[in-house]
Design a protein around this ligand. Structure first.
Ligand code: NDP
Length: 250
């Protein structure tokens, strides 16, 4: 993809780790100016340094996409340094074990997953769309998951959030028809990243939950594995980049 996105401004959320950092590097290598967004400044800095040392352009934008006003602030910081956003990649996301039938289940945990995986990407889209519609060009996409169409015990918070964001994009595609602005979601299978083991307190609790073992044995069963297309991060990034290039060119 070298040179295919020369000068395009790409904003990627959750770019301090995992799929987001791989996507940021792939876009930068394709010639884009990349705004890397996440909360951990040190991690973001090392991703940005790596991109710059390869001779490409990137900035770190430290921010929390779930904060009220966060998305607008993130877009405005990006645009003041790099210019109008051409491509938005909503990638930041979390997964949590959550068994709603358990008496002590914290419903707020269920909603925190929706806050990051659904509300934040929708708010990010709202923050970039007015400019894109005025310029009659741009791409807004979200990293959903193959889980969006699966039935997962004790993972309904995550699965529902991914089904929701995929459905959101289906609607947006129809809304944006003829405007010059494109929208889509990608649905990767399992990619080994920090997502299953981020060392924060809530996730620590999730990892200790007895339902996790039940979930793991279920997800690893041969029947389910067949449905769960395994895509390594590079392939996912390449597929997404190809989609974006096509959308931008035509
Ligand atoms: P990681 O846990 O490795 O990375 C998540 C990223 O999101 C980090 O950069 C984190 O940075 C950032 N993030 C978390 N909360 C916030 C927040 N409030 N504001 C801004 N950034 C935030 O996850 P993955 O790379 O595995 O996942 C990326 C996306 O891909 C997610 O949407 C996930 O659901 C999806 N996905 C992942 C799959 C997998 O198997 N890994 C499979 C299918 C889809 P920081 O903590 O610094 O803020």
């Amino acid at each position: 993809y070298k040179g295919k996105l020369n000068g395009k401004v790409v904003l990627i959320t959750g770019a301090s780790a995992g799929i987001g950092s791989a996507t940021a590097k792939a876009f930068a290598a394709a010639g884009a100016k990349v705004a890397c967004v996440a909360r951990r400044e040190d991690k973001l800095k090392s991703v940005v340094d790596e991109i710059k040392s390869a001779g490409n352009e990137a900035i770190a934008v430290v921010g929390d996409v779930t904060k009220r006003g966060g998305p607008k602030e993130i877009v405005s910081q990006t645009e003041s340094q790099l210019g109008p956003v051409d491509i938005l990649v909503n990638n930041a996301g979390i997964t949590r074990v959550s068994c709603i039938k358990d008496e002590d289940e914290d419903v707020d945990l269920w909603w925190r997953v929706q806050e990051l995986n659904v509300r934040a990407p929708v708010a990010m889209c709202r923050a970039v769309l007015p400019g894109m519609l005025e310029r009659k060009s741009g791409v807004v996409m979200s990293v959903s998951s193959s889980v969006a169409t699966m039935t997962l015990p004790c993972m309904s918070a995550y699965a529902a959030s991914k089904a929701s964001i995929s459905k959101f994009h289906e609607g947006l595609i129809a809304e944006l028809e003829g405007t010059g602005v494109h929208s889509f979601a990608v649905h990767p299978g399992t990619v080994e990243t920090e997502i299953g083991g981020t060392p924060d307190a809530i996730n620590q609790k999730s990892m200790e939950h007895p339902a996790l073992q039940q979930f793991l044995s279920w997800i690893l069963s041969p029947d389910l594995k067949r449905q769960n297309v395994q895509l390594p991060a590079d392939t996912m990034v390449a597929l997404a980049a190809e989609e974006r290039c096509k959308a931008l060119q035509g």
